[in-house]
Write a protein that binds this ligand. Structure first.
Ligand code: PEP
Length: 250
């Protein structure tokens, strides 16, 4: 039995005041919900105030990125050790970081490794661009991302994988529940090949890409999908809470 994870990726949105207000809305909206792990990932500058606003609640805080490097001369970066004292989860390999900041499977694996060593729980993002899907290569592309992004990691018990087709992110064009389920099952199979069936059966596989209050129930009902990574809709505390409730009620 896998506990679903619903994580909100606030990206580069919210002032400090917006972030704490949103955290309070999420807290109120998910109060008393059981059977789901709720996570919010604010901008790094808001991790501390958001954690304080959520203190004593069941809502976890995550970072949106982490450096793969140990502390030292890395201007602008945050080490896994710094974040580990402040939050529980961290997103690695998001398609925006891959596309805009030249991150690849190798750097993603290094970040996931550093995060695990510090006791953080990585949410590893994979997903194909539109042209790859249109060329019928989505499965091999995502399999290769998984192999590359998990290289050198022997224990994945603290990792979850988010299948986020690039064409569905921020697009109002979510994948169909059938495609999302098919890809989630494929990811589980790839992880079984790399580790074992038992390990793959414990792995939370999230879907991300234009999830909202209107479509979340159909993803939650899919047997291989264990929650959601939510961008735009996570900026509305009420809507995000509805997505959390949908994941909890399956
Ligand atoms: C994301 O960026 O991880 C994401 C899923 O965004 P959105 O929900 O806005 O598509």
């Amino acid at each position: 039995m896998r506990t679903p994870i619903v994580a909100g990726n606030w990206k580069m949105n919210t002032t400090l005041a917006d972030a704490t207000a949103l955290a309070r809305d999420v807290r109120a909206g998910v109060d008393g919900v059981v059977g789901v792990t709720t996570v919010v990932c604010p901008p790094a500058v808001s991790i501390v105030p958001v954690s304080m606003a959520l203190e004593g609640s069941s809502v976890h805080v995550g970072a949106q990125d982490v450096s793969a490097n140990p502390p030292g001369a890395h201007t602008g970066e945050l080490s896994a050790g710094m974040l580990a004292g402040l939050c529980t989860f961290v997103i690695v390999g998001h398609s925006e970081r891959r596309a805009m900041y030249c991150e690849d499977d190798r750097s993603t694996a290094a970040k996931a490794k550093a995060a695990l060593a510090a006791g953080l729980r990585p949410i590893l993002c994979v997903g194909e661009p539109l042209e790859v899907r249109e060329n019928g290569r989505a499965e091999s592309f995502v399999t290769s991302q998984i192999e590359g992004s998990l290289t050198g990691i022997s224990d994945i018990s603290q990792i979850s994988i988010a299948y986020e087709p690039v064409w569905a992110i921020g697009s109002d064009r979510a994948a169909s529940p059938e495609i999302a389920q098919e890809m989630a099952a494929m990811i589980r199979g790839a992880v079984a090949d790399l580790y074992s069936k038992a390990v793959s059966e414990r792995l939370p596989v999230l879907y991300g890409g234009s999830v909202n209050a209107g479509n979340c129930a159909s993803f939650a009902a899919a047997p291989d999908i264990d929650g959601a990574l939510v961008g735009g809709a996570s900026l509305d505390g009420h809507e995000f809470a509805q997505i959390v409730h949908a994941a909890a009620s399956v």
